[in-house]
Design a protein around this ligand. Structure first.
Ligand code: IVH
Length: 695
């Protein structure tokens, strides 16, 4: 064999294997090879084709992203028109009966004639395409367009990994011509990832990029993308569900009598087909399908907007025929839309039980996902800003399943209005809208929180429950329901009110036996004698768990010392970092919180105070370290902990203020920067010496 023949043989074998493994991976979701092995084979084929360009066939797995960007789309006349599908107007499950009754009537079936057989499919929410294969090779892909004339989108469709560039033959004859029709769509997770990347690009100043409003839009945008390289970066998926032109059976084309058999044929050729597809007999089974899918809808990894029923027998389909551009043998039966447009009437900030501030859009009432919605979450400050929702805007509201409705985004026309015609940009309040305490957003967190934990009306119930918990003040018998009852009856507003509850008041409550009232009064009395760590933990200060409360008590000895400690002093405590210190400081800076503490003491809550502990030495206080690369024995987090325990600050990037860069293997740009700035560069061993206080 000549080297050329050898290369051709190897390339053919590689192509065969790559096609098989891509199908296992992308269509069947059952990969048999590690990704790296697939990549290796792929690169080998690329190398062979580079060396012998004549081996590079259009259906080679290397040729999904090839060619230059198009100038514009060419028009394609469909050989068989791409019909649309009639939508059943009755969206209740019973709508299926109306379709079945129509089919029976139009077929002239007597009442006692057998049930009609159907195929039930999902109605995918994407973009219909026609894929033309000649001699088994994909030669053209076109959009539906107006049903007669679509656009040639072959280059972008070739990038869809789930669409075979060559039909799998499975030993059977491949027809001379066959057109497979189906839906190009984007999975929700792929859509989220794509939008994440889009946001990064926009943040990096790329002006022409945009965030997509939903997967269907993103999919349509990717298919109608002139540059296949860009299309390839927008992950698309595909389901086959219909047939266009095909070589007739008497000229060697495949012969199938039903839609169901055609679906199996598509699958055998290498296409994904709808996973829930089912045969059904008569209206009852159609309704059952509609209901089953409704329950599974939210768990599907992609959007569907309904189901499609098709008469299974092609002969019956032919008898039924068409009205205008819609077949009489199929119908789309939709679900309540999960997205609707409505107007923003206001933007409010709500405070949750744990003090989290959430911006919420107040909406003109709209029916979406099966209920009327008037509120939709904007999640947090960053999301609200990113979506830039203003009062008066028209927005897309989404409600899927039982999740809280959310604002997806502002419709482009609304967003494009001149600034002065739109409401002001949303800003997060710096004070809690319920109690007026400072609202704080910690570094690295997305949420603002109210710091008036003990005083804030929104957090009242949660604060009392936490205070009464077994590991805090341990007030037996004061659970969920009772707290709810006491707060709702306005018997307690803040913690000290607990100790003012008398036997008569308690015994007068609904569902409260005298004995339980007595027990609770006793439990309250007993809880007054506590310990400083329990009391401190019981205040429910953010980030102050049981063990930090213990450390603080041990370090400072007295509550007043903790309340008055500066952030620097707090940082000297074991395990107290900047986040905890800041949280404590802010909490005790709120006059209301201090008042509650004083009142609790006045009610007789006491503990044994101690002496401050001897100070742990902090030899590296005031020094800033940066860690980079892979250290030989410690993980970066371990090294960071050790340095911080010795009082050092560990920063994320090198600057003039950096004292030491601890560099491990494969240190990159930080090392360059340190060298440039003249920062001392040390290794792990030297760092450990410094920690041991060795010169
Ligand atoms: S069959 C003659 N089956 O819905 C019937 N369509 O107007 C032709 N669609 O543009 C369509 N899922 O994009 C069919 N399982 C499915 C479908 C489906 C989604 C879309 C398709 C078409 C529109 C119907």
């Amino acid at each position: 064999m000549t080297p050329r023949e050898e290369a051709a043989r190897e390339a053919a074998a590689l192509g065969e294997q790559l096609r098989r493994h891509a199908h296992l991976y992308y269509v069947l979701d059952a990969p048999e090879l590690p990704d790296a092995e697939y990549d290796r084979m792929f690169q080998r084929l690329q190398a062979l084709e580079a060396e012998h360009p004549e081996l590079r066939k259009p259906d080679s797995p290397t040729q999904r992203v090839g060619g230059k960007a198009l100038e514009s789309f060419a028009k394609v006349r469909h050989k068989v028109p791409m019909l649309s599908i009639r939508t059943e107007t009755d969206i209740t499950p019973g709508g299926a009966s109306a379709f079945d009754a129509r089919v029976r009537r139009e077929l002239g079936l007597a009442e006692d004639a057998p049930q009609v057989e159907y195929v039930c499919e999902l109605k995918f929410d994407g973009l219909a395409v026609n894929l033309r294969y000649e001699q088994g090779v994909l030669v053209q892909a076109a959009t539906r367009g107006d049903g007669e004339i679509g656009e040639d989108v072959t280059p972008s469709i070739r990038t869809v990994q789930q669409i075979p560039l060559r039909l799998h033959d499975q030993g059977a004859e491949i027809p001379q011509v066959v057109e497979v029709r189906g839906e190009v769509y984007m999975r929700r997770d792929d859509f989220e990832k794509l939008n994440e990347r889009q946001r990064e690009k926009i943040a990096a100043g790329q002006k022409n990029e945009k965030v997509f409003v939903n997967p269907r839009n993103a999919a349509a945008g990717a298919v109608r993308q002139l540059d296949p390289a860009i299309a390839a970066a927008r992950p698309l998926s595909f389901f086959a569900y219909g047939l266009g032109e095909v070589t007739p059976a008497d000229e060697g084309g495949p012969s199938h009598a039903t839609q169901f058999d055609w679906l199996q044929q598509f699958h055998a050729w290498g296409f994904p087909i709808g996973p829930l597809t089912q045969r059904a007999r008569g209206a009852i089974e159609l309704i059952a399908f509609h209901e089953t899918v409704a329950r599974q809808r939210d768990a599907l990894p992609y959007d569907i907007d309904g189901v499609v029923y098709k008469v299974d027998s092609l002969e019956l389909q032919r008898q039924l025929g068409f009205v205008s551009r819609e077949p009489r043998w199929a119908v789309a039966h939709k679900y309540p839309a999960q997205e609707q447009l409505t107007e923003v009437l206001g933007i409010e900030v709500q405070v949750g039980r744990t003090g989290k501030l959430t911006p919420v859009a107040k909406l003109a009432p709209v029916f979406v996902g099966g209920v009327t919605v008037t509120n939709a979450t904007l999640h947090n400050e960053d999301e609200a800003r990113r979506k830039d929702v203003r009062v008066g805007d028209t927005v897309i509201v989404r409600r899927a399943g039982d999740v809280i409705p959310e604002v997806v985004g502002v419709v482009p026309e609304s967003a494009a209005r001149p600034q002065q015609q739109r409401g002001p940009v949303f800003t997060m309040p710096q004070k809690c809208p319920v109690c007026g305490s400072d609202a704080l957003r910690e570094e690295g967190e997305v949420d603002y929180r109210c710091t008036g934990g003990l005083f804030c009306g929104a957090q009242r119930k949660e604060a009392i429950l936490h205070f009464a918990a077994r590991r805090a003040l341990d007030i037996e018998g004061l659970g969920d329901k009772l707290v709810e009852q006491l707060v709702d009856a306005r018997l307690i507003r803040t913690l000290p009110d607990l100790y003012k509850l008398g036997l008569t008041t308690l015994a007068g409550l609904d569902r409260m036996a005298d004995k339980s009232a007595k027990n609770l009064v006793d439990a309250l009395e007993a809880s007054k004698k506590t310990t400083l760590p329990r009391f401190l933990f019981g205040l429910g200060i953010r980030h102050i768990g049981e063990s930090t409360a213990k450390d603080l008590a041990k370090h400072f000895g007295k509550l007043d010392a903790i309340m008055d400690a500066s952030e620097e002093q707090l940082l000297e405590v074991n395990d107290v970092g900047p986040v905890v210190a800041k949280s404590l400081r802010t909490f005790f800076e709120q006059a209301h919180n201090r008042e509650v503490v004083e009142q609790l003491r006045a009610c007789g809550v006491t503990w044994q105070e101690g002496e401050p502990a001897a100070r742990a030495p902090k030899p590296l206080a005031g020094k800033t370290f940066v860690i980079t690369g892979t250290l030989p024995t410690l993980s970066r987090d371990e090294a960071k902990d050790k340095l911080e325990a010795a009082g050092a600050k560990v920063a994320g990037s090198v600057s003039k203020k950096t004292d030491f860069l601890v560099a491990g293997a494969e240190a990159g740009s930080k090392l360059d920067k340190a060298t440039e700035l003249g920062v001392a560069v040390i290794d792990e061993a030297r760092m450990l010496e410094i920690l041991d206080n060795r010169p």
